[in-house]
Design a protein around this ligand. Structure first.
Ligand SMILES: Cc1cc2nc3c(=O)[nH]c(=O)nc-3n(C[C@H](O)[C@H](O)[C@H](O)COP(=O)(O)O)c2cc1C
Length: 207
């Protein structure tokens, strides 16, 4: 494999898509679409979010310290994309994503999401000196899931087909329903020959 340098892009780093839900000051649910999000662990699991530029979601999180983050399913994609392209300041988004209140926090939960977190911000990391971009480290207060995902008779691949999460790469939406390539550690006992051609490693995944 010959390598070449190029400018920054995260085109080949697929990210999970979430909608973040907050209630406006008048109680109307509002949703934005987000992908700069991940998980970390200190003494417990945390959700990590980066928001930049003025948006209602950021204002409401600053005001209340709480929001919901919900995995975007294939069925939700149209509404989620619409919410990601219309600022909440001048739009009522409540018809694009139907929702109900959370069980532990006063945050809207999309009816159609298979997997939602009710989150409280525990730490804010400013990324600039003018209040633009911020990272929020959040506590998981509650997780609300489609009850079908708790059916222990189903394989995880079958559950993935039910949840049908969407990911994004190269500014496009993709399904995340590929077959499992093995569990973590599936190859930990592999006896690699240092002279092995890395280009041939993909043979590991041939089915
Ligand atoms: C696919 C996609 C991913 C996005 N990810 C982020 C993100 O991670 N952080 C962010 O600040 N804005 C992100 N946005 C932009 C917000 O969704 C957008 O500004 C939206 O209008 C905010 O709505 P609000 O004003 O109701 O908060 C993304 C937009 C799209 C389409």
């Amino acid at each position: 494999m010959k390598k070449v340098s190029q400018g920054f892009t995260n085109a080949f780093a697929p990210q999970t898509l979430y909608v973040y839900g907050t209630y406006k000051a008048d109680g109307t649910p509002n949703f934005g679409l987000f992908c700069w999000a991940t998980y970390c662990f200190d003494e417990e699991h945390r959700f990590v979010v980066c928001l930049c530029e003025d948006k209602l979601t950021r204002d409401r999180i600053r005001e209340t310290g709480i929001f919901s983050a919900s995995v975007v399913s294939e069925a939700m994609l149209k509404g989620a994309d619409w919410c990601g392209n219309h600022p909440g300041y001048d739009t009522d988004k409540s018809a694009a994503i139907l929702s109900h209140p959370g069980k532990k926090l006063n945050v809207p939960i999309p009816d159609g999401s298979p997997w939602s977190y009710e989150l409280r911000v525990v730490k804010t990391l400013p990324l600039d000196d003018h209040g633009g971009a911020e990272i929020y480290i959040c506590e998981f207060v509650n997780t609300l899931v489609d009850e079908r995902l708790q059916d222990e008779s189903l394989s995880f691949e079958e559950k993935m087909a039910i949840a049908a999460p969407i990911c994004t790469a190269n500014w496009q939406y993709f399904k995340a329903d590929g077959p499992s390539l093995g569990g973590w550690g599936a190859f930990k006992d592999n006896d690699f020959d240092r002279k092995e051609n890395p280009d041939e490693m993909s043979a590991l995944f041939e089915r």
